[in-house]
Design a binder for this molecule. Structure first.
Ligand SMILES: Cc1cc2nc3c(=O)[nH]c(=O)nc-3n(C[C@H](O)[C@H](O)[C@H](O)COP(=O)(O)OP(=O)(O)OC[C@H]3O[C@@H](n4cnc5c(N)ncnc54)[C@H](O)[C@@H]3O)c2cc1C
Length: 416
């Protein structure tokens, strides 16, 4: 293929959420600049298309920037400043100003009212088109370097040059290698947001059963290093999924990777109830009119589906599980309490959560001026989105980091 030398004032590597948002922002602030997005794929915004099960969980209804940072296992301290500049409220307002209405689900996740990710894609694409951002698909950047005041990019379509460059290439190992060769420290990438593989007779036949709120912890890991996570839990064919599991997978991403995804978890099925409250409830029940009822069929905890209750108790109490409440002795009651607030399971492997997955790792945040999302090592180079060592739990927070970084980098690149 014949090499074509092309110059743009600003070039953005990667046509994803961060790259598009930066391009559009830069173009609206500095319409005189020529701006190009170089995308290696045949299509742009491909992750936006598949995101949120095809509905695109754009952001989260979290309007306090300080609370917002608590959803980011990597980046929680560093994002304080950027979220004061551009946060979920700004994302909502930005999309609404372009005619895209968002709605909030009961758990705080926000989607376009159309429930269709193509609404978000059309909006971003149309904005870029109107602002004359050049979108070059099937254009893969193989390497880049800075020569004097300009960047030179080697691509499969020839050499490009620009004055300011943005890397918005997501979790691209090749781009991280280039950045590393240019002096940036890259935090090794490991998966985040995965579900736990568990083979255990207590949940074998319970696929599809869900609990509204449990707490999961890792007894073998100090709680200061990895704190317990709570939320809904879903029992699957392979083990356990749901927000509580995904949150723990995100906060423990690096630890679980080191353990090769083999570790123990403990579940409090009745969270936010604690041991003493559970015991109290059991004693009240035993001494009430229910004392002649079988423990396997009558119990005071509506949160626990009956099939799970039976599985937990028959395996923990063996023959005593056939008893009536009145006949339970202290040891048996202690066993029930233990099973309800501290059920141990062995995790043996992970599975991908198809609605959303990200990786932990990327460009070390210590080397980025987060007021501009500009490299401290290579002036004029901007980095945002998943290319940075920033990631969040599920709920629209990962896109929010991409919108925030894209917006701030776009504003900075508009400056002369
Ligand atoms: C299945 C799935 C569902 C998800 N759902 C949600 C959700 O609902 N809500 C949410 O908040 N997050 C979601 N996420 C996470 C979210 O998609 C990412 O956090 C977000 O896309 C990151 O944006 P980005 O622009 O940094 O990277 P990306 O979206 O990955 O974009 C990077 C782009 O760079 C291109 N590129 C890479 N290397 C090169 C190169 N050398 N030359 C040129 N181009 C290159 C890639 O092809 C890609 O188009 C989901 C992720 C997945 C995988």
């Amino acid at each position: 293929m014949q090499a074509v030398d092309q110059y743009f004032d600003r070039i953005i590597i990667g046509g994803g959420a961060a790259g598009f948002f930066a391009a559009v922002q830069c173009a609206s602030m500095a319409p005189h600049l020529s701006i190009a997005i170089l995308e290696k794929g045949n299509d742009v915004l491909s992750k936006v298309r598949i995101s949120g099960g095809g509905r695109c969980n754009v952001t989260h209804a979290c309007l306090d920037p300080d609370v917002l940072t608590t959803f980011y296992p990597r980046g929680n301290k560093e994002l304080r400043g950027p979220f004061r500049t551009f946060n979920c409220e700004d994302t909502i307002a930005w999309f609404e100003s372009k005619g895209v209405k968002l709605k909030t689900e009961p758990d705080g996740r926000m989607f376009p009212t159309t429930d269709d990710s193509s609404t978000i894609i059309k909006c971003l694409y149309e904005e870029a088109r109107q602002k004359q951002v050049k979108i070059l698909t099937a254009t893969r950047v193989d390497s880049f370097s800075k020569k004097d005041s300009h960047f030179l990019l080697n691509t499969n379509k020839g050499q490009f040059s620009c004055e300011k460059l943005m890397v918005a290439s997501g979790s691209s190992a090749a781009q991280w290698s280039t950045l590393s060769a240019l002096g940036h420290k890259i935090v090794p990438s490991v998966p985040s947001l995965f579900t736990f593989n568990i083979q255990d007779a207590r949940i074998d036949d319970l696929q599809g059963i869900s609990l509204e709120c449990v707490e999961i912890s890792c007894p073998e890991i100090n709680h200061k290093t990895l704190s317990a996570q709570n939320g809904p839990l879903l029992i699957t064919h392979w083990g356990m999924s749901g927000p509580a599991v995904l949150r723990l997978s995100a906060w423990g991403a690096r630890i679980f990777h080191e353990k090769e995804y083999r570790f123990d978890i403990s579940i409090n099925w009745l969270y936010p109830m604690h041991r003493s409250q559970i015991l109290e409830t059991i004693l009240d029940y035993k001494h009430s009119n229910n004392s002649k009822q079988k423990i396997l069929t009558h119990y005071p905890f509506r949160q626990i589906p009956i099939r799970l209750w039976k599985n937990l108790l028959t395996r923990a109490l063996k023959h005593s599980a056939e008893k009536n409440w009145a006949d339970l002795n202290k040891r048996e009651m202690d066993i029930i309490v233990e099973v309800l607030c501290d059920s141990k399971f062995k995790v043996n492997g992970k599975s991908t959560f198809k609605e959303e997955f990200v990786s932990a790792g990327g460009v070390d945040l210590g080397e980025i001026n987060l007021k501009k999302f500009e490299s401290k090592i290579i002036p004029g180079l901007y980095i945002a989105g998943e290319a940075l060592n920033i990631d969040a739990v599920t709920g629209g927070f990962n896109f929010q980091a991409a919108w925030t970084g894209g917006h701030i980098a776009g504003c900075s690149m508009a400056e002369d």
